[in-house]
Design a protein around this ligand. Sequence first.
Ligand code: PGA
Length: 253
Amino acid sequence: MGRKFFVGGNWKCNGTTEDVKKIVSTLNAGELPSTDIVEVVVSPPFVFLTSVKSELRPEIQVAAQNCWVKKGGAFTGEVSAEMLVNLGVPWVILGHSERRALLHETNEFVGDKVAYALSQGLKVIACVGETLEQREAGTTMEVVAAQTKAIADKISSWDNVVLAYEPVWAIGTGKVASPAQAQEVHAGLRKWFEENISADVAATTRIIYGGSVSGSNCKELGGQPDVDGFLVGGASLKPEFIDIIKAAEVKCA
Ligand code: PGA
């Protein structure tokens, strides 16, 4: 069975109610490939999750951008996995590099978060990626393997996980990884799965690329054999996101 193309839109900390209405109506009006070809998930800020979920066409799912590492309680400002499940939010993004860098989330903490979210029934978009310094030092594979291992150490199944490879130097910079650079790391991660988890997990886990994906570079990136979709930041707020979703069709050619 092939890996279904996956396109996530990470809205980050952007938008007013007016902006959100506009994005939702663009998505609702867009001509999209069938759900047999592509799985689409958008991730608005927490405060807009329920309204987006109720106003969006049913083929597009929603994701939270984070959740707490364990059961809810006295953790001011946090949102628990149980709350997301209670609201019918099926997905959560965990380990995004902005949280790793700005909020000092460690590999182990991200692993714990992924494990807890899965245990509550959420599906997870787990992010990994190297900084420019790490790439220039030649340690890219080592870094993403360690980030992936920290997750693997805490979970028993990858069925409900999509792994997002997002080189930090490509996020929000307009400096996209070349298709060859993306393919190299995706293939490396798949090999890591094969050697450390199982051939089945390697064959079935979707590995998506994130970092300055746009309407103009998505087809070439999506055409790489180990690129199973995208996690899109800036361009997911624009009508161009529809074109990025359509890039799924490159796999059908
Ligand atoms: P970008 O962000 O598309 O704006 O580079 C990607 C992401 O952070 O997921």
